[in-house]
Ligand binder design. Structure first.
Ligand code: URA
Length: 473
């Protein structure tokens, strides 16, 4: 036994240390109490790796309660975590479950977005990268608040199963080169629980917490490479460019130290991506892009994310790959229909109904629609992503609370983009719904999301900045 002294308390005794991490400088592991660690963070004191590991383990074992973690998360929200603390949190969350490993020559990669409205690139990117010979074991989340989630979109395909046993997940991946499932109890379960808690305690918008959340589940996928789509603008968690940049750098640094090559694109989320917002509407739009049409911004962003992911993954395995060649390859698979075939085959193996995937108009359709019209002539100055995401959520496309159910057919379709000229009475967007009691709130939110001005809006590029991967020296 070793005697240790807390800064402001009586001597305590330490019995053993676990996990091969350094001893706590503040608290003895055997007598650690959540309340002390909440107080430490509240007062801005740094926590040791051992203390952070203890918090995650105590939460997962039930020793620390939801309300205590909520208080700790709020203290982190205000006081932050330094790089060492963020690394320790990522490590603890990663090892709360299994870490997957893959054999074979094909590189393994994924893309993660920090969350947005109409943000549906994953459904196109995964089969496209698979066509290029990159394995994509995609573990995605549900939509919460105004942002959408890949799982809800996939579940709008009748029959599609997002809950697969790991064995089946591996089989789908082996067969098609990509598989798309939800978080399981086996993969980074601490993130699943902590994210749900953050969502209802207003602690999502914290750089270290976002970093640990994203990296823990992506590292658990056993990736060689990760492309991050860090959203910025009205509908993003990081509304301004500088915090988005800092978040991207933090993830690159910590991911890099933990062996993951990361390239980050900071992309616009001031208005929704593409035209469709809402689950079945977004799947339909992805199928349009996979069939060679669809909105230009969605197509171009997806191609860029995929090409960069393919290049990074190949390079991480020591293969040479130029960006221009990867772009060409991706365009070829998209335009030639190979990515569409790959998506349909994967979705069918995961239970998706063939007709819903292969025949237009077979996905869930809403019974009613309402048109939002321009009150006057001018130019679209803003089509605010947050307001439009909330409007879709009110119609049933998203959840206000984790346990809320989703209406797969609900949502909206944009008829204008930022900068477009409009005449009075032109359609700005169409709302799709089944439950008429939801319409009025959604209509107000959608109307208020549009700003019409006298002059054209200043252009905003879709890809605002690229932070390339820098291999460690
Ligand atoms: N996406 C995640 O997976 N985690 C976060 O904390 C925020 C966005």
């Amino acid at each position: 036994m070793r005697l240790c002294r807390r800064p402001s308390a009586e001597p305590l005794y330490i019995s053993s240390l676990t996990l091969g991490i350094e001893a706590s400088h503040n608290h003895c592991l055997s007598l650690m109490r959540m309340v002390d660690l909440i107080r430490d963070k509240r007062e801005g004191r740094g926590l040791s790796a051992a203390e952070i590991e203890w918090i995650v383990r105590a939460y997962m074992s039930g020793e620390a309660a939801d309300y205590q973690l909520s208080a700790w998360l709020m203290a982190v929200y205000f006081r932050g975590l330094d790089a060492g603390e963020t690394r320790a949190l990522t490590h603890a969350m990663l090892h709360s479950g299994r870490v997957l490993g893959w054999s074979g020559a094909r590189p393994v990669a994924d893309k993660h977005s920090t969350g947005g409205v109409g943000d549906k690139t994953s459904l196109i990117l995964a089969p496209l990268a698979a066509c290029c010979g990159v394995r994509v074991p995609m573990i995605s989340g549900r939509g919460l608040g105004h942002t959408g989630g890949t799982l809800d979109k996939l579940e709008s395909i009748p029959g599609f199963r997002v809950r697969l046993e790991l064995r089946e997940f591996e089989q789908v991946l082996e067969r098609h080169g990509c598989a798309m499932i939800g978080q399981t109890e086996e993969i980074a379960p601490a993130d699943r629980r902590l994210y749900a808690l953050r969502d209802v305690t207003a602690t999502v918008e914290s750089r270290p917490l976002i970093t640990a959340s994203i990296l823990s589940k992506k590292l658990a996928e056993g990736l060689d490479a990760l492309v991050l789509d860090v959203k910025t603008g009205d509908g993003a968690f990081m509304t301004a460019l500088e915090p988005a940049r800092e978040l991207a750098r933090m993830m690159q640094d910590i991911g890099g130290e933990m062996g993951l090559a990361i390239e980050a694109l900071i992309t616009d989320m001031d208005q929704p991506l593409g035209r469709a917002v809402g689950n079945a509407l977004e799947v339909e739009e992805c199928l349009e892009v996979l069939r060679g049409s669809g909105p230009e911004d969605l197509r171009e962003l997806t191609l860029e994310l995929t090409a960069r992911m393919v290049r990074l993954a190949r390079r991480a395995r020591g293969q040479s790959c130029e960006l221009a060649a990867a772009r060409e390859e991706c365009r070829g698979y998209l335009d030639g229909g190979a990515a569409l075939e790959r998506f349909c085959a994967m979705a069918e193996t995961q239970g998706g109904q063939t007709r819903a995937l292969r025949e237009a108009g077979r996905l869930p359709q809403a019974r009613h629609e309402a048109v939002i019209r321009a009150p006057r002539a001018g130019y679209i100055q803003a089509a605010a992503a947050r307001g439009l995401g909330l409007a879709a959520m009110h119609l049933g496309a998203g959840r206000a609370r984790v346990e809320d159910s989703i209406d797969a057919a609900a949502g909206l379709r944009m008829h204008v983009r930022r900068g477009d000229p409009v005449s009075a009475g032109d359609a700005l967007c169409i709302l799709y719904y089944n439950d008429a009691s939801r319409l009025e709130n959604a209509r107000t939110l959608a109307q208020n999301a549009f700003t019409i001005g006298e002059t054209p809006a200043a252009p905003r590029s879709l890809i605002q900045e690229i932070l390339p991967h820098h291999p460690a020296a």
